[in-house]
Design a binder for this molecule. Sequence first.
Ligand SMILES: [Zn+2]
Length: 254
Amino acid sequence: MKTISRRNLMASAGQAAIAALGLPLLSEGSGQAAPSRKLKVIVAGAHPDDPESSAGGTMARYADLGHDVVALYLTRGEAGIPGKSHAEAARIRTAEAEKACAILKARPVFAGQIDGASEVTNETYRQFGKIIAAEKPDLVFAPWPIDSHRDHRATSLLVYDAWLRMKQGFELYYTEVMSGMQTQTFGPTRLVDITATESRKRASCYAHASQNPDEFYSVHELMNKFRGAELGVKYGEAFVRHAQDARESLPMIS
Ligand SMILES: [Zn+2]
């Protein structure tokens, strides 16, 4: 089969618009120099390993540019190690999350809910919203809301509510995990080249030794390759930007 050039591939797949719209300040370069404006970037996930597997390459890229990157975990993965008590699993998985964050140069924050029993109530909206507001983020990555895991759905709603309560005071992006199995109906509007940071993303996922990383990372490796192919690079990550601008008109009728 005739090889398609990157330019033709992007044009034919309608990806040019996606590729051209980068995430804020990620296109400034890959050096260690101080950024022109320091961003606070939060990647929210329900469990230790969710921020890393969904956006670890992008987290490392922001951190390398000198931005402040937070992994916000709704729970400590209390229900995630068969045969261990909640307390023991939380201790093990907190340590794994801390190790993963050190690899990505991110800071872990734990929101205090319980794995497998996450709650979306007026009180948890308030608690979670307070944590986000205190960080004063410029951009927040949340799990995509259509997901087979209840905790992922809960985290998505909690972030979305914080965004509304903060009057859309930060840019909101959605992430994918274990696409097809967990995240469903996800159509990215932003692609990020993580070729340079994929090895650290991989290491941060493998820091979650209690979670059978060979198994879950093999799925994410395929996703990284697929999203990379959409962008014309080796490895990529994909996001949906929550764009809401009432002034945007529909084509040709205004
Ligand atoms: Zn999860």
